[in-house]
Design a protein around this ligand. Structure first.
Ligand SMILES: NC(=O)c1ccc[n+]([C@@H]2O[C@H](COP(=O)([O-])OP(=O)(O)OC[C@H]3O[C@@H](n4cnc5c(N)ncnc54)[C@H](OP(=O)(O)O)[C@@H]3O)[C@@H](O)[C@H]2O)c1
Length: 196
């Protein structure tokens, strides 16, 4: 199977690509890089362009791309980038796939557990309604941006990860800088060789 992956250079994407290749699949990485290199194609979610000919050859698409939410302080500008980088990219993929008669019919898009907001001890399932707050709203719009694919009969699957970390992935210095809470400390422990 040929799997197109956006955000393939990221923390989850790089592991996913290795795993797909190890399982015998071919991977076509979509990147914003001006020189994508072998096995990759170019897209520009902000500018609304994508190599649709390359996309049409894929059997499935996994969409992970989006502005990293942990790297910077959330100024209004950064919040706008966090939202737009997800909704624009998802809509571009969904619309492009919808317009490809022989293109991929499988679309898996990332979202986040933040969809549910902070609900304390409430038990949440996949049928629970979305919550409140900035990231919940980002996830709601992000998932909704796949509507053009739904309208074309492609049923997108949404993956809502919790907090994924890799040993020495480098996210923790900024977590700890932003947070004096137990969450930041817990992340640092996990990334330095604990739960990972
Ligand atoms: N890691 C987690 O704990 C976690 C939890 C819940 C949800 N998620 C979601 O899962 C997805 C993958 O997570 P990750 O941790 O692997 O992310 P990541 O390491 O931040 O990588 C995201 C990738 O998206 C692309 N990207 C970066 N800035 C962008 C922008 N402004 N516009 C469009 N694309 C941009 C980059 O790929 P190119 O430079 O190659 O284009 C980058 O490699 C993200 O959407 C994230 O929100 C992650």
């Amino acid at each position: 199977m040929l799997v197109a992956v956006t955000g393939s250079t990221g923390m989850i994407g790089s592991v996913l690509v290795s795993s797909l290749v190890a399982d015998g699949h071919e991977v076509l990485r979509f990147t914003r890089s001006p020189s994508p290199g072998p096995g990759a194609a170019r897209w520009d979610p902000a500018g609304g362009t994508i190599d649709s000919e390359a996309l049409s050859k894929a059997d499935a698409v996994v969409h992970l791309a989006g502005r990293n939410i942990a790297a910077l302080r959330w100024t209004p500008k950064v919040k706008r980038e966090i939202l737009d980088s997800r909704t624009h990219g998802t809509r571009l993929l969904a619309e492009t796939m919808a317009g490809l008669p022989d293109g991929p019919r499988v679309l898996v898009t990332a979202s986040g557990i933040n969809f549910y907001g902070d609900r304390g001890d409430e038990v949440l399932t996949e049928t629970s309604p979305g919550g409140q707050g900035f990231l919940a709203e980002v996830c709601r719009q992000w998932e909704g941006a796949a509507d053009p694919a739904r309208a074309a009969g492609i049923a997108p699957s949404t993956c809502e990860p919790g907090s994924c970390r890799r040993h020495a992935a480098g996210c923790c210095p900024s977590c700890c800088r932003c947070s004096g809470s137990g969450w930041g400390a817990g992340s640092a422990l996990a990334a330095s060789g604990g739960a990972g």
